[in-house]
Design a protein around this ligand. Structure first.
Ligand code: MF3
Ligand code: CO
Ligand code: CO
Length: 268
């Protein structure tokens, strides 16, 4: 059985950064976050059922909002640090934090829908890409590669691996396929709050960073670009991030629990 004090002492002695005690969730917290994650996944399933060309991103917002409430949750984005909607919808060159509006989804678009649900005070956070109608091969490959980079982490990352191993595998996988990875936005601890420590880098040097202990819950949510990894913030809303060169960007996100065996998906 995992013993925090023992492991913290062991790894500190070797000079490694160890998680703060509060980064290790209690069994009660894990059950609460598991339920929030389950409901969050159901909300994304509902989006998957209805999303199509001709629909506005406001309609996606309505689906997410209604389904979340119906399932007994609260959409975390709404009013979060002034965010005006219940979900993030990011199309084509929008990297993340797109705000639903009257934009119509058109044939060939790629879109990320990022849902976060609060249930009994606990948080689940996940996002998926959707292909609208006929997407070109390059777009499909970008979306596929981004998901594969995230799934690769489930295979590779084990307890007591290092935080930066995650980013190492992701960036290597994407670069090998001709893509770039956004550095400025990352994953995060999640569960008791929306965004907790640690910041989860999607790039980095293997064997460096915090030791990953069982009981940690965090997201991995790589943003992968066709062209440059450089980005800019939309000054008109202070939320939406775009690729600098107008190339498309894809993102997938899971909420993950580090168990003694490896990563378990709590929301996807
Ligand atoms: N769901 C996003 C994440 O994965 C955060 C969105 S913050 C919001 O961390 F306010 F834009 F919703
Ligand atoms: Co999210
Ligand atoms: Co997140």
């Amino acid at each position: 059985m995992f013993n925090y004090d023992e492991m913290a002492k062991l790894y500190s002695k070797r000079g490694a950064t160890v998680p703060k005690p509060e980064m290790i969730k209690t069994p009660e917290q894990i059950e609460g976050i598991r339920e929030a994650g389950r409901i969050n996944t159901l909300v994304l399933d509902e989006v998957a059922k209805h999303i199509k060309a001709g629909m506005t991103t406001n309609e996606i917002n309505d689906i997410v909002h209604k389904k979340t409430i119906e399932l007994g949750g609260i959409p975390a984005p709404l009013n979060y640090e002034g965010f005006p909607k219940s979900v993030c919808t990011s199309i084509n060159d929008q990297v993340c934090h797109g705000i639903p509006d009257d934009t119509i989804l058109k044939d060939g678009d790629i879109i990320n829908v990022d849902c976060t649900t609060i249930v009994n005070g606990y948080y689940g956070d996940a996002s998926r890409m959707f292909l609208i109608g006929n997407v070109d091969e390059a777009g499909k490959f970008l979306v596929k590669t981004t998901k594969e980079a995230l799934d690769l982490c489930l295979e590779k990352i084990k307890p007591y691996d290092r935080l930066r191993d995650i980013g190492y595998y992701i960036e290597k996988y994407c670069k090998e396929r001709g893509f770039s990875v956004v550095h400025e936005v990352g994953g995060h601890g999640v569960g008791v709050d929306f965004h907790e420590d640690p910041f989860v880098f999607h790039y980095g040097k293997k064997g460096t960073g915090m030791v990953l202990f069982p009981g940690m819950i965090f997201t991995i949510e790589p943003m992968v670009n066709e062209g440059t990894r450089n980005i800019f913030l939309d000054a008109s809303n202070d939320w939406t991030i775009y690729t600098d060169d107008g190339g498309r960007s894809a993102q997938w996100e899971y909420t993950l629990l580090m168990t003694e065996e490896g990563l378990e998906i709590l929301s996807k």
